[in-house]
Design a protein around this ligand. Structure first.
Ligand code: GDP
Ligand code: IMO
Ligand code: MG
Length: 423
């Protein structure tokens, strides 16, 4: 039996979906524990591409039970569409369960996300505008609507009306937006509740029983360490805890149940949205990486900012997640450049530092220190063992391990789930 967690170590889009799909093959249960449809996980299976936002990436394997945990915020319309799309492609969603404690993304959350971003002007966070932040804000403000309320028509109507008393004032009077009609929302969401009702249950008891029964359980991280509300580049973060600790609160298991934590990274770094990025290459190198790696957002289609791999970040991610292994992607992509740089530390105020500062002002003073590597410029997309990799690729990987202090267990050499080296 093993309980495994897959988390992102950078700013998201590291290729978590690909590894979750791969590990799901031998898992009984795949559980999402944080975030919402701000996530976009791409899986390429036998040349066919799938982009999942809410449904756990284990769904492509027949018979796996896929769970959306209490730590996730769920937009019912998006979930239904995603389920329909999968069904239309011959993939069953009968085994999909949603926690009755998960919070519902409401139309006013999406509207507020838009309006708040506009209000921030030049200081906007670059959110996905999916209502994620406002939904989590209501959760902590104790006025959120949970799945158990969503399927209880009486309770739902009361909660919508109560919420709109304040939200409509805020939308109209502060942000100059248009008020929502309670009855319209209730009608629309009642239909969603009818469709989803059979999937909504006490998944926490289900997960606990699976742990007790010694089942293989995989926890699917969304977003990443540097988007974490506590450990990321605040305020340029998402509103949940995508780090491994989020599994305990977002799915309801004790920390000692977890056996393995895989940290996924790219052989370079990318970021979508605003915020600091020490090794960013806002130049021809960054443009080349973007085109070679096809770095455009799975959720919003925005071009991703690209730069060199930063081991200060990955070492920090190893610590806050308790990583037991690294899974690195896009080794094929980075090998197409002439030279590769790896950030090994920062220089701040004349001194070398090896930690990631909390203050964005301090972070802005950090100048990356790089080691340069010769590239390999060979097609490695067909390589399936570490030994077969070009010498320069091995050198690069071993140096990453050395700086991070965690072993590389999986290496991605292409988009397809089969294009993986297990070390
Ligand atoms: P996630 O959000 O962490 O699941 O990652 P995304 O799916 O948003 O972004 C990862 C992108 O990289 C997707 O387009 C993947 O198909 C692609 N990808 C993943 N691993 C590799 C790899 O090893 N090589 C290449 N060339 N592409 C990869
Ligand atoms: P996956 O799971 C990359 C970013 C947004 C924005 C910030 C806040 O695919 O790795 P939000 O809508 O969450 O309030 O936006 O977080 N962001 C992501 N960036 N990958 C993701 O998920 C992301 N989820 C949120 O771009 O900068
Ligand atoms: Mg993504």
């Amino acid at each position: 039996m093993a309980v495994r967690v897959v988390v992102g170590t950078q700013w998201g889009d590291e290729g978590k979906g690909k590894y979750i799909d791969m590990l799901a093959k031998n898992s009984d249960l795949v559980v999402r524990f944080s975030g919402g449809n701000n996530a976009g996980h791409t899986i390429v299976a036998d040349g066919v591409k799938y982009a999942l936002h809410l449904v756990p990436s284990g769904i492509l394997h027949k018979g796996r039970v896929c769970i959306i945990g209490n730590g996730v915020v769920v937009d019912p319309a998006v979930l239904i569409k995603e389920m329909n799309d999968l069904n239309g492609r011959g993939i069953s969603t009968d085994n999909l369960l949603v926690s009755d404690r998960a919070h519902v993304i409401m139309p006013y959350h999406k509207e507020l996300d838009e309006l708040q971003e506009k209000f921030r002007g030049n200081n906007s966070l670059g959110t996905t505008k999916r209502g994620i932040g406002p939904a989590y804000a209501d959760k902590t403000d104790r006025c959120g609507i949970r799945m158990c309320d969503f399927i209880d028509s009486e309770e739902f109507a009361l909660k919508v009306k109560e919420n709109l008393r304040l939200k409509n004032q805020l939308i109209e009077k502060v942000y100059g937006g248009k008020a929502f009609d309670a009855d319209q929302i209730i009608e629309e969401y009642t239909e969603y509740a009818r469709i989803l009702r059979n999937h909504i249950t006490d998944v926490n008891a289900f997960i606990a029983d699976a742990v007790d029964a010694g089942k293989e359980i995989l926890f699917e991280g969304a977003q990443a360490t540097f988007l974490d509300l506590d450990f990321g580049t605040y305020p340029y973060v998402t509103s949940s805890n995508p780090v491994a600790g989020g599994v305990c609160t977002g799915a309801g298991i004790g920390p000692v149940c977890i056996d393995e934590v895989f940290g996924v990274l790219k052989a370079y770094t990318s970021r979508v949205g605003s915020g600091p990025f020490p090794t960013e290459q806002n130049n021809a190198i960054g443009d080349t990486i973007r085109e070679l790696g096809w770095e455009y957002g799975t959720t919003t289609g925005r071009p991703r900012r690209c730069g060199w791999l930063d081991t200060v970040m990955i070492r920090y991610a190893a610590r806050v997640n308790g990583l037991t292994g690294l899974a690195i992607n896009h080794l094929d992509t980075i090998g197409k450049l002439d030279k590769i740089k790896l950030c090994t530390s920062y220089i701040k105020d004349g001194a070398i530092i090896r930690h990631f500062p909390a203050s964005l002002k301090e972070l802005a003073k950090c100048v990356p220190v790089y080691e340069e590597f010769d590239s390999w410029k060979e097609d490695i997309s067909g390589v399936r063992s570490f030994e077969e990799l070009p010498a320069n690729a091995k050198k690069y990987l071993l140096r990453i391990e050395e700086f991070v202090g965690v072993k590389i267990k999986l290496i991605g050499v292409g988009k397809d789930r089969e294009q993986t080296i297990t070390v």
